[in-house]
Design a protein around this ligand. Structure first.
Ligand SMILES: [Zn+2]
Length: 156
């Protein structure tokens, strides 16, 4: 089982690299995955003789397709990993950028109006944020400008 290492927010609001126990079935260039993200389509990936059915039409993937970079800090997605969570038979793609320390940072789907405040899954309410910016935003109702200010104040 390969471990996935990526950064997220640790105690005290500082980013730390952590290990997650996903099995990485494959690593793909961004341009080899983005074109296949289509509504309600599953793609078969054959890796080492095993066929994996991967759903390509999720709200999350379509959000990453529209904007494969963090809207707040600008972190660019550089690779997709096809990951199989423990005790799961359906792998899914995660998109990662790389920070200045060389650590992977996951790109995530953020609800502009948080779900806890009634925001929905429609494309106009979704934006791409890296997991660090997203964890900082939590369920705040803030603009990207305001989120940048929160991050700057925390890191200085
Ligand atoms: Zn970010």
């Amino acid at each position: 089982m390969t471990q996935v290492m990526y950064k997220s927010l640790g105690r005290g609001g500082k980013p730390v690299a952590r290990q997650f126990s996903y099995k990485v079935l494959g690593i793909f260039d961004v341009e080899d995955v983005l074109p296949y993200i289509t509504e309600k389509v599953a793609v078969n990936y054959i890796i080492d003789g095993t066929t994996w059915v991967v759903t390509m039409g999720s709200d999350r993937l379509r959000c990453l397709q529209r904007g494969p970079r963090c809207l707040c800090c600008g972190l660019e997605g550089i690779q997709f990993q096809l990951e199989l969570p423990p005790s799961d038979r359906r792998p899914h793609f995660n998109l990662y950028g790389m920070d200045t320390d060389g650590d992977l940072v996951m790109l995530t789907k953020d609800h502009i109006i948080p779900r806890s405040r009634g925001g929905g899954n429609q494309p106009s309410n979704l934006q791409t944020l890296c997991c660090i910016c997203n964890e900082k935003k939590r369920d705040l109702l803030v603009s990207i400008e305001e989120l940048r200010e929160i991050l700057e104040n925390d890191l200085t």
